[in-house]
Design a protein around this ligand. Structure first.
Ligand code: G
Ligand code: G
Ligand code: MN
Ligand code: NA
Length: 254
C-alpha cells in the first residue's frame, strides 16, 4: 500500500477524527480534554498517530494535518463556549516540531483562533522539550508572542527529556505535564514519587500548573493528591473517545 498517498487524501476523504481524553481536578470535575488524532483508513482500519505522524513529518504533510487538528479543536472549543456548563472547558492540542518551527506558526494559530472566534486561553498548545531545544531563542520568542496573545502553553512529556531544569525557568510555559512513566512507578518507587513531588513544588514556585498524565489506578490518584497535584489525566478518569461519546460521558460527571 502507498501510505504516503493514502495519507495525502485523508483530509479530503474525511478520514481523520479527533478523540478527546478528559482532564479533571481533584474533585473529579472536568477541566477540559486533550485532543488526540486518529486515522480511519479504508482497508487498514484505525491507524494510531504513532504510525502516521512520523510519515506525515517525513512527507511534509504535518503542517496540513496540524492545521486540520487546530481548526477542528478550535471549532469544538467554540461549540462548548456557546453551551451552558461547558463554557469553561479547554482543549489541548499536540503540536509537532515541524509545525512549531514554521516561521509563521504564531500567525497561523492566531488567525485560526480569531477566525473561529475562540478565547485563546481555552486553547492549550502542547509542546515538548525536544522541539523547544532545537532552537531555544526562536522557541522563546514564539512562546512569548503566543502568551501575549493569551494562548496557554503546556510542556508535554515532562521528565523524558534532558536539560529540563536550567531551561525551564526561561521557557514561558503555563503548565507542566508529568510524563506517565513517572506516574506508573511513583506508587512503588519512592525515588520516582519524590521526583513527582519535586516537579509539583517546582511548578508551584514557578507559577505553573501541573497535570499528571497516565493516571490509571486509584492508588496513583491518591498518592498524587497527597503530593498536592491539582489536575489529572489518564484511563482512571477516561480513555480518549470520539466527541459524541465524550459529550455523553460529560453528562455522567459531577
Ligand atoms: O493516544 P495516543 O496514541 O493518541 O497518541 C500517541 C502519540 O501521538 C502521542 O505522543 C501524541 O502526542 C501524538 N499525537 C496525538 N494526536 C496528535 C496530533 O494531533 N498531532 C501531533 N503532532 N501528534 C499527535
Ligand atoms: O505523548 P502524549 O502525552 O501527547 O500522548 C498521550 C498518549 O498517552 C496517548 O497515546 C494516549 O492515548 C495515552 N494515554 C492516555 N492516558 C493513558 C493512561 O492512563 N495509560 C496509558 N498507558 N496511556 C495513556
Ligand atoms: Mn500530549
Ligand atoms: Na505526554
Amino acid at each position: 500500500v502507498d501510505m504516503e498517498n493514502a495519507l495525502r487524501q485523508a483530509i479530503s476523504k474525511q478520514q481523520f477524527q479527533l478523540f478527546y481524553q478528559i482532564q479533571v481536578d481533584t474533585q473529579g470535575y472536568p477541566l477540559g480534554a486533550e485532543a488526540l488524532i486518529r486515522w480511519r483508513h479504508d482497508s487498514m482500519g484505525m491507524i494510531p498517530p504513532s504510525d502516521f505522524i512520523p510519515l506525515a513529518e517525513e512527507t511534509n504533510q504535518i503542517e496540513t494535518i496540524g492545521q486540520w487538528v487546530l481548526e477542528t479543536a478550535c471549532l469544538q472549543v467554540k461549540a462548548w463556549a456557546d453551551c451552558p456548563f461547558r463554557q469553561h472547558l479547554t482543549i489541548a492540542v499536540n503540536v509537532s516540531a515541524q509545525q512549531f518551527k514554521q516561521h509563521n506558526f504564531v500567525d497561523i494559530v492566531q488567525k485560526t483562533a480569531e477566525r473561529i472566534g475562540i478565547d485563546p486561553a481555552k486553547l492549550k498548545l502542547e509542546l515538548t522539550e525536544s522541539m523547544v531545544l532545537i532552537n531555544v531563542e526562536d522557541a522563546i520568542a514564539k512562546m512569548k508572542r503566543l502568551r501575549a496573545l493569551g494562548f496557554y502553553l503546556s510542556l508535554d512529556d515532562f521528565g523524558t527529556g534532558y536539560s529540563s531544569l536550567s531551561y525551564l525557568k526561561r521557557l514561558p510555559f503555563n503548565q507542566i505535564k508529568i510524563d506517565r512513566s513517572f506516574i506508573v512507578s511513583a506508587t512503588f518507587d519512592s525515588n520516582d514519587a519524590f521526583l513527582v513531588h519535586i516537579v509539583i513544588s517546582m511548578g508551584q514556585k514557578f507559577g505553573m500548573d501541573v497535570v499528571a498524565e497516565g493516571v490509571e489506578t486509584q492508588e496513583q490518584f491518591e498518592l498524587l493528591e497527597i503530593l498536592d497535584c491539582k489536575a489529572f489525566q489518564g484511563y482512571l478518569f477516561g480513555k480518549p473517545m470520539p466527541i459524541e461519546d465524550f459529550e455523553t460521558f460529560l453528562l455522567s460527571l459531577p
